[in-house]
Design a protein around this ligand. Sequence first.
Ligand code: EPU
Length: 307
Amino acid sequence: IKAAITLARDRGLSWYVLGGGSNLLAIDAGYNGMIIRIVADAEESIAFEEHGDAVRAIAWAGVSWDAFVDACASRVLWGIENLAGIPGTVGAAPVQNIGAYGAEVADTLAWAEVLDTDSLEVHRIENAACEFGYRDSMFKRNRSLIILRVAFDLRINGKAKTSYADIAARIETGAVVSTPSEVASLVRSIRAQKFPDLSLCGTAGSFFKNPVISVEAFKVLKEKYPELPGYESPNGMKVSLAWILDKALNLKGFSQGNVRLFEKQPLVLVTNEGASAHDVDAFANEITKKVFDATNISIEREVQNLS
Ligand code: EPU
């Protein structure tokens, strides 16, 4: 990686580090610079260290996130099993603090080791210094740091996190969640019902973040939409954008050209072959406007732009 950065500098090229590329919208003109893709084999690139009743799992950045989840679950280590089935790499996971089904990377990450491309030195950044937030971290803002390795503290005597409604509902109908592998399988089966098949269409998962608004603004909105789900979060009320798109705006399956909101989960934007980044951008702006007109909320994109 140092050699790649040095080469890019020598040639005056900008550079971009790609994880799995699963949360990215690349402009139609193409990226004028160097793309660095970090890849590592899960078999050879994960180490486990015992620390009392916890185990520290350390993986190189290029390992597939889902292979890492599986490697930890198969050793009956608890902590990241609710994050099964998310595309991308271990090194990309902390950047946007990936989260799903009541867990996020920030809950278990111990440290991330980074290459500082300004000094070409390697540093270790502890959890508290990562500035984790909802789909956010200091890595998202500080692009001069490249994540090389990530360590997670996982529990030997854990239990399933079942607070998320989709998981609780499946348990009520008989799903068993006595091991991390069982939780991971359950999460994968819930995801398979909601998310499109990545091998069939273009998608980056949730295209927008769920908006966080003030308690007062939420009360006002509840008068217009009494059923609107809201969840307390550190900075206010997190509102379900999928609900707004579906129930308030009736936009499930809404399409323009080759771009549409997925029928089973309208927060997920999907494209058919032939869609350009410009089409996606225009469509997303249209959705942003519709949401603002109905709710006065300015939604933010979760997907990163490569330009
Ligand atoms: N809902 C509807 N209609 C729908 C779907 C959902 O009204 O068609 C409402 C329901 O009230 C539901 C609520 O929206 O309870 C929330 O939906 P869901 O549980 O599917 O989660 P989400 O808030 O839409 C977030 C993450 C996903 C993550 C899921 C599960 C964001 C931006 N997205 O989606 O993450 O998998 O929760 O935890 O926070 C991603 O980041 O790319 C991603 C897929």
